[in-house]
Design a protein around this ligand. Sequence first.
Ligand SMILES: Cc1ncc(COP(=O)(O)O)c(C=O)c1O
Length: 383
Amino acid sequence: MRISKRVDRLAPSGIRAFFDLVLGMKDVISLGVGEPDFVTPWHVRARAIESLEQGFTSYTSNKGMVELRLAIAAFLKKHRKLDYDPEEEVLITVGVSEALDLAMRAILNPGEKVLVPEPSYVAYGPVVELAGGVPVFLKTTLDNGFKVTPQQIDAAAGRGVRAILLGYPCNPTGTSYSRKELEALARVIKKHDLLVISDELYDELTYDFEHTPMATLPGMKNRVIYLNGFSKSYAMTGFRIGYACGPADLVGAMTKIHQYTMLCASITGQMAAVQALKNAADDVAAMKKEYDRRRRFIVGALNDIGLTCHMPQGAFYAFPSIKISGENAMDFAKNLLMKQKVALVPGDAFGTGCSDHVRISYASSYDNLKEAVARIEKYLKKK
Ligand SMILES: Cc1ncc(COP(=O)(O)O)c(C=O)c1O
């Protein structure tokens, strides 16, 4: 066998497998992709172009450009009540994707476990496994808005469990947590002395209440690795800039891996990110307002046609139940694609117990969403 057992065991991404089907089909409305339909704000792109014209084409410090680390630390202090030392406690990464991988490799010894609420972002299980760890999935359901409970954590924690990997607002459910709910989770996390890898990439896209970073709760900062980045709220997926903040020993360990495997994030992306933090607040607010308008429309419309859907508190995904169709999510998604040319993602991509649900991204125009709902309704009626 030429491939390592660890990699061989890994299932290919369910999203990719499904979207291979979509390739080559015409007139498909795709609500499948997990990225903004907006392009990066012009002044951010302009700064990237200008930086190239000025000849900024080199490596940067392994930790990332000091200007960017300073800007991130200042932003987090002002807007998130988080206080991190830009020299020792902030690392610029190639998206949150790299930061997730580094965090797992930095903390896990072979066989150690990480709690992962499910449904979860497609990479969470694999990054734990690739680091030699074992993901322990905690199933959440529509009945309680897909929220993991302190009782679930309490029951699953114990021997060999080192951490919980929590993403909120959540991809694919849009679920987020109020401060009170996070405090209840934090109590049991502290009781079991767990680390938290807190993926808060969609924090800016929280609609109904203020986002609370896990690290701001009493007694939590020293056990949280806070992950964030520019991909979603700044519409900068292609720039590949994320960051990890946390206690110096953990960020230092992550930096060690990063300097050998990645060296640094691209200087063009880092230059653009500095500009985004300086000047893109209005752009972010405008995109958020539009996502919120679409959120209200799509959730109302899905419930109207019989696909029960909870109101997501954040991100840009709806996660309706397709139970009334009588099909599992994979069949529903394939048939809907073939018959009505609407692409969405079967829930199975996000966890084993999710075959009653599909993920619909509302990072697509209002008109597309309207047309998609009409086509889904037609599909359901013709069954
Ligand atoms: C929850 C979550 N975390 C991390 C990522 C990776 O984002 P990036 O590497 O672009 O920062 C995504 C992308 O879809 C995501 O949804």
